[in-house]
Design a protein. Structure first.
Length: 630
């Protein structure tokens, strides 16, 4: 890109200043490869490490003493563990939403923040998955949720929202991991080609799976990456909707409400975007990348927070209205106690954080003030945690048996586990890499090993062009002259280039559809076998074949099957991993360093004549033309 993408006149630029691809790649990769630690790194490192130790100590104490150590008791048997779980799942929503939805909408401001947002999703989901396990009281039996009937002589209860939770979170974590790694492949190739030490080259080379920017690779990659985004988008909505059904299915005042799925999804987006800003604002300052993560990104994220936050406020008003309009005594009592009872300070703090403070984001000056925006994001993070806690504990504390009413008392262990998990996530996200020693240029298998002992055969000739326009014109001309055995390489996808080279239409979309059908059919068949043949248990007079409940897990299985087919199908179609290719023997091939565009003509092509072909490429405007050894 020759200059910043300005968008509409008067709009904030996506990038500030003039940049080209080699300069941007060099700056970003230098953060990883050159060992340049951000400002105040060691202060943040030790602070987070202290919280990691607190987290480990708190978990050890909890397992040793039991779940009563953090204040849960009859009737409030769900406490901070479940509140933390819902809060972390919500935070994990924003990363995949930013990456997937903004990709589908082709928003140019996505590229500067999607990588760390996706990584935040993975870390947040990992944290969220811990809390239901710790809440069990006997966490070593968590695998009972898996469909392994021999462990406790019967299958999981497929009608239970808790089992749906397990399926949804496992699917979400798996799909997010594949989506993140697929998006990283070109970036890992950049790190491989820019690495200065041999161990780093090998490490990033293995992870890059032999990616070399081939036009055929890019075409299949773009198709699958777009379809993965289309799969991830409904998955984002479904996960927190299913989490909310844990509450909706419970006949408890304050829980049993149809407003919960959209209410929880909107709250997840609000807390997720707040956490994105909480991470992005210090990052852009610590690494001095304000011209790459610009005010445009911060402004857009703040606007999305307003949209999600107003839906959350509507949910608050709906809860109050439904409790009053229903005429149900216990619903009204629960809402009154929430606002004026023992949890009133937390309730009004929640409204102040998520309602009143949020309104400041309507002002553009506030959205563009990074210190104020960071403070607002922190306040909303606090408010969203309080909201989850208030929802979890107030319903059971005022249920249908007044003689058993009671409250949960927050103890040191509640805060130790909460702040310990936050510190652990931040510690995982802090970059730690040793400063590399020495410089070794990576040239592939043919370089430096046996070059003087054996004669290498000719694989073809490669020509370097300065821009994608010159490359596409060269491909078009060479095809018109009858050349067929060609490949092109570029640092980004050049639309239509693979078609010019004669690529057949990919069947990957059909493979993805097949994966979705196979996943749904397999899991639905497993459920039918377990409930109708192997363990036909009558639960409350319900039919054995409760298909509405079974469709929830079947949907998650369909998404997972499609994602697996997409990820491994793309690798298979591109013949990856492929750790050796003759193009790496070319000294002029600098896929990730020079920002050049390459056309490779293979010697196996019937029209290939070494001298003639090199002359044709030179006359087409190639900057360099080089022979490539096999």
């Amino acid at each position: 890109m020759a200059e910043a993408i300005a968008g509409k006149p008067g709009a904030l630029p996506v990038l500030r200043g003039r940049h080209d691809l080699p300069e941007i790649s060099g700056r970003i990769s230098a953060i990883v490869l050159d060992g340049r630690l951000p400002r105040y790194f060691w202060t943040a490192f030790f602070a987070c490490f202290v919280f990691v130790l607190i987290f480990l100590y708190s978990i050890t104490y909890l397992i040793s003493v039991g779940v009563g150590a953090y204040g849960v008791n009859i009737p409030v048997v769900w406490g901070t563990m479940i509140g933390n779980f819902v809060w972390w799942i919500g935070i994990g929503h924003a990363g995949t939403l930013i990456s997937a939805v903004l990709l589908l909408l082709r928003q140019p401001w996505r590229a500067s923040i999607n990588r760390f947002a996706e990584a935040m999703t993975l870390f947040a989901v990992a944290m969220a998955g811990l809390f239901p396990i710790l809440h069990l009281g006997r966490p070593w039996f968590f695998y009972w949720l898996l469909p392994l009937p021999t462990t406790h002589m019967h299958w999981p209860q497929w009608r239970s929202p808790l089992v749906w939770d397990f399926a949804a979170i496992a699917t979400y974590a798996s799909v997010s991991l594949m989506f993140w790694y697929m998006g990283l492949l070109p970036d890992l190739a950049v790190l491989r080609d820019r690495a200065k030490s041999r161990p780093a080259q090998l490490f990033y080379g293995i992870l890059a799976l032999g990616w070399r920017g081939s036009a055929f690779h890019w075409a299949r990659y773009q198709t699958v990456y777009f379809l993965m985004a289309a799969l991830a988008t409904p998955l984002v909505v479904s996960v927190h909707s299913i989490v909310s059904l844990d509450f909706t299915f419970a006949i408890t005042p304050g829980f049993h409400s149809t407003i919960f799925p959209p209410y929880f999804v909107a709250g997840a987006l609000l807390s997720g975007f707040a956490m994105v800003l909480t991470i992005a604002i210090p990052l852009r300052w610590a690494f001095s990348v304000q011209d790459l993560i610009t005010l445009r990104h911060m402004d857009n994220a703040a606007k999305l927070m307003i949209a999600a936050g107003m839906i959350v406020i509507y949910g608050y008003a709906s809860e109050v209205f439904f409790a009053w309009y229903s005429g149900e005594t216990y619903e009204r009592t629960m809402m009154w106690q929430r606002a004026f009872g023992p949890y009133a300070p937390l309730f009004w703090t929640m409204l102040a954080c998520n309602g009143a403070v949020l309104q400041l984001l309507w002002f553009r000056r506030v959205r563009l003030n990074m210190a104020v925006l960071f403070a607002i994001a922190l306040i909303i993070n606090v408010g969203m945690w309080i909201e989850r806690y208030v929802i979890v504990v107030t319903g059971p504390s005022r249920d249908y048996l007044p003689s058993s009413w009671g409250e949960q008392s927050l103890r040191w262990l509640d805060f130790g586990i909460l702040f310990g998990s936050i510190g652990t996530l931040l510690r995982i996200g802090l970059p730690v890499h040793p400063r590399p020693a020495g410089h070794h240029h990576f040239r592939g298998r043919g370089a430096g090993r046996g070059e003087g002992r054996r004669k290498m055969s000719l694989y073809g000739v490669i020509a370097a062009f300065a821009d994608p326009g010159a490359l596409t014109e060269a491909v078009r001309t060479m095809r018109a002259r009858g050349y067929r055995r060609m490949d092109a390489f570029s640092p980004f996808h050049v639309h239509g280039l693979a078609d010019m080279l004669g690529m057949r239409k990919t069947r990957l979309p059909w493979a993805i559809l097949g994966g979705a059908v196979a996943g749904a059919v397999f899991v639905y068949g497993l459920i039918l076998y377990s409930v109708e043949i192997d363990f036909p248990l009558n639960v409350g007079g319900r039919p054995l074949h409760s298909w509405p409940a079974f469709l929830v897990i079947a949907f998650e299985a369909a998404i997972l099957g499609a994602a697996l087919a997409a990820f491994f199908g793309m690798l298979a179609a591109n013949r990856l991993p492929e750790y050796y290719h003759p193009v790496f023997n070319a000294t002029s091939f600098t896929y990730a360093r020079g920002g050049k565009f390459y056309l490779l003509v293979e010697a196996a092509d019937p029209k290939f004549r070494k001298g003639v072909t090199k002359g044709q490429l030179t006359r087409l405007g190639a900057e360099t033309v080089e022979e490539v050894e096999a």
